[in-house]
Write a protein that binds this ligand. Structure first.
Ligand SMILES: Nc1ncnc2c1ncn2[C@@H]1O[C@H](COP(=O)(O)OP(=O)(O)OP(=O)(O)O)[C@@H](O)[C@H]1O
Length: 724
């Protein structure tokens, strides 16, 4: 197969042998070479402006050839390595984990497209890419003048082989790309696994075209929406009151909150003023099912053996939510937030936070429930209107930001009482990366140049992360969590967002977009080289959904709505103005969310078990302390009774002593009277007998004491009665 209309301009061919090198004359340019700036890596193919606007071909200089040598050396191991996904040297990890899937999409050459920017057709172009088979592409650097640089002649024959999960040539339309790259992933997503699809490539290579589409050439996002709603069909849960929260937790909204959310959603669409014809054409197409044309799996859940539940089961329903964010100049913005529309205020920048499980999420990102693919598509178009695009020399509609369109599905169990309860939440994220840019090609200045800088920077960090992941996985690092900690995900916001996907149980698919145009040959080679490295990166194998289900609390697994936890929190928060939390636990160590942390479903079982253990131990402590308390009370009572008896005894003794004293006083008085001179006469003798009486009386004190003693209570009950 050959692609290209001009006989001279054969760009892509499926022939297995290298095409002959055609000699050509170098087009002379009246302009100086403006792009080979000293100190910068020169482009293989350089440009100047023919008309002051469009690039044209110039000769390759020696520095380019040196750089080429270096690239070829770097690629030497790539040439012999099988990078196709699912085969090759996945080493010991292949059983447990899977490689990142890489699809190569080669767009038609610019000269054959009715593209926005009028890139000139070159009279003498060499072939850049050759599709060898469905997984292999052969690449070699473009030479514009092999006569001038005969050193390249030999190298031309040494083609560089790259393997991908699938190579999609320029003849592949949007539906084929969707079917090949996305359909298997949708199955996994509906089988309750997290998925990420991202497009990677140089500017103008067709990333946005692949992801979003152009006009009625719908890209993979609209097609996915259509497919998902077709598949879920009558199992859609439309109330929108169970909202995904943080990375994989839930919120339960009260009716007032749900109403406000739907109102806000409709306002976003109205404010965006999306052209009606876009919607109508999508509706027309989706009613005849755009994805049906490309895939024959668009029926209600059929048991494909991949964790799908049998279609007869009605115990699970699905609530679908979408969000749309962009990363522009290292700042995260909500594309579905129109609150600053019309005002001169800056868009609100959003923060990236991390939950207790290390999952990164965008705080305060608006997320809306959608009940049809049209509703979802409207939101997608509304968000797209807020995306940052600008014209560059390479692309009149060039993305200036990385965008993230996320579809989340909350699986809900429906109990006999028809009360839904959330089981799991999963996400499918489409990331349309901005293109790698060379200032020499885009001719950007000022703000555009700054954007290029941040785009290239974040892409470089992404590649660094991917390289490191590969190195560590292939080397001593292993695939454990410890290894993940050493990867510099935080070096850019892009990689920080990607951390959750690359380091956890997520299916990752990379669509590599390249252009066969010779004037971007060096960018193409670089993109291929980077993606070859990426394709050998292992992402953690998704946790089997059954294992995940086993992690849920026992009650949640049953078809009956769970209960205490859910209803308690519903009751507790439903009347409050803030959204109710499904479950709360201690707050995160690292970040302050300002909210009670919500337990991820997979850790909920452990949390419940922990709480139950705590409750049991507290009950034991309580019983022990009750016993202690009773004992102390008895001791105290005994002490009080003893004390009172003693006190009473002393009181009685005192009374008796006083009595005795009185008696003694009386006796003394009596004795004195007898001794007084008035009463004494010679006939009288001293009253001795009375004196003895007095002594006896003193001895009598003891007798009284004995009596008192005999009156004291002998046992405890007597004591109390006695005291009373
Ligand atoms: N496979 C294709 N078939 C037809 N047209 C295509 C294809 N790929 C890209 N195009 C066209 O090429 C132009 C550039 O594509 P696109 O904007 O998708 O590039 P990009 O890689 O997203 O660029 P940037 O990184 O600058 O945003 C668009 O006009 C698009 O319609």
């Amino acid at each position: 197969m050959e692609v290209g209309s001009d006989s001279d301009n054969v760009i892509v061919s499926t022939s297995s042998t290298a095409p002959e090198i055609r000699s050509r004359s170098r087009p002379s340019s009246p302009f100086p070479h403006p792009f080979n700036i000293p100190g910068q890596r020169p482009s293989y193919a350089s440009f100047s402006s023919v008309s002051g606007l469009f690039p044209s071909v110039q000769a390759i200089d020696e520095r380019v050839i040196k750089r080429l040598d270096l690239d070829l050396e770097l690629l030497s191991d790539t040439i012999t390595t099988d990078y196709s996904s699912g085969s090759g040297d996945c080493r010991s990890h292949s059983n447990q984990n899977e490689k990142l899937k890489t699809f190569l999409r080669i767009r038609p050459p610019s000269s054959h497209l009715n593209v926005d920017v009028n890139i000139p057709v070159f009279a003498n172009q060499n072939q850049v890419l050759t599709i060898q088979d469905s997984q292999t592409v052969l690449a070699f650097p473009t030479t514009k003048n092999t006569i001038t640089f005969p050193k390249l002649e030999g190298r031309r024959r040494k083609q560089i082989e790259f393997k991908f999960s699938k190579v999609l040539g320029p003849e592949c339309g949007q539906s084929t790309v969707f079917e090949e790259c996305v359909t298997p992933l949708i199955e996994k997503f509906l089988g309750r696994e997290n998925c990420l699809i991202f497009s990677y490539g140089a500017t103008n290579s067709g990333k946005t075209y692949t992801m979003q589409g152009h006009g009625t050439e719908y890209g993979i996002i609209p097609r996915t929406l259509d497919t998902i709603f077709n598949r879920i069909n009558d199992r859609l849960y439309k109330l929108g009151n169970i909202k995904p929260h943080l990375y994989e937790a839930f919120l339960h909204l009260n009716p007032r909150e749900v109403e406000a959310l739907f109102e806000k959603r409709d306002r976003v669409v109205i404010d965006a003023n999306v052209k009606q014809e876009f919607l109508e054409s999508y509706c027309r197409l989706s009613s005849s099912s755009i994805s049906d044309k490309s895939s024959n799996i668009c029926v209600d859940f059929v048991g494909t053996g991949h964790n799908f539940e049998p279609s007869s089961s009605s115990s699970t329903m699905y609530s679908i939510w979408v969000s749309y964010a962009e990363l522009y100049n290292e700042r995260v913005y909500d594309l579905l937030d129109n609150s600053q529309l019309g005002s001169k205020k800056r868009r609100k920048e959003l923060k990236l936070l991390q939950d207790r499980n290390g999952f990164v999420y965008i705080k305060d990102l608006a997320e809306f429930p959608v009940n049809s693919d049209e509703e979802a598509y409207k939101l997608f178009l509304a968000g797209r209107k807020n995306l940052q695009f600008a014209a560059t020399q390479m692309n009149l509609h060039s993305s200036r930001s990385h965008s993230f369109f996320t579809i989340r599905v909350v699986s809900l169990g429906i109990g006999n009482g028809m009360v839904p309860y959330p089981k799991t939440v999963h996400r499918l994220t489409f990331c349309d990366l901005a293109g790698m840019e060379r200032a020499s090609q885009t001719e950007n200045e000022g703000i555009r140049l700054k954007e290029s800088g941040t785009i290239n920077n974040s892409l470089t960090v992404l590649l660094k992360v991917i390289r490191l992941l590969r190195e560590k996985q292939n080397g001593r690092g292993g695939t454990g969590a410890g290894m993940i900690e050493t990867i510099p995900f935080r070096d850019s916001k892009l990689t920080h967002i990607f951390k959750s996907y690359l380091s956890s149980s997520t299916h990752v698919c990379m669509v590599v977009n390249v252009s066969p145009d010779p004037f971007v040959a060096d960018s193409t080679l670089q993109v291929l080289q980077n993606s070859a490295i990426a394709s050998n990166v292992i992402v953690f194998k998704p946790v089997d959904v059954n294992v995940r289900a086993n992690l849920l609390p026992k009650k949640l697994k049953e078809s009956e709505p769970e209960p205490p936890l859910f209803s308690t929190f519903t009751e507790k928060f439903s009347s409050s103005t803030s959204p109710s939390r499904f479950s709360t636990t201690e707050s995160d160590d690292e970040y302050d969310y300002g909210l009670p942390t919500v337990v991820a479903p997979k850790t909920m079982a452990q949390k419940v078990a922990n709480l139950e253990r705590q409750v049991a131990s507290l009950k034991e402590q309580l019983a022990a302390s009750e016993f202690e308390k009773q004992k102390i009370r008895e001791d105290m009572l005994k002490m009080i009774v003893d004390e009172r008896i003693l006190w009473n005894k002393r009181l009685q003794q005192r009374m008796l002593t006083e009595q005795n004293l009185n008696r003694r006083r009386l006796s003394l008085v009596k004795y004195e009277t007898m001794l007084s001179p008035a009463t004494r006469c010679g006939r009288c003798s001293p009253p001795t007998a009375d004196m003895e009486d007095i002594d006896e009386t003193f001895e009598g004190e003891e007798e009284v004491d004995e009596e008192t003693k005999n009156q004291e209570p002998q046992d405890e009950s007597d004591k109390e009665n006695w005291y009373k």
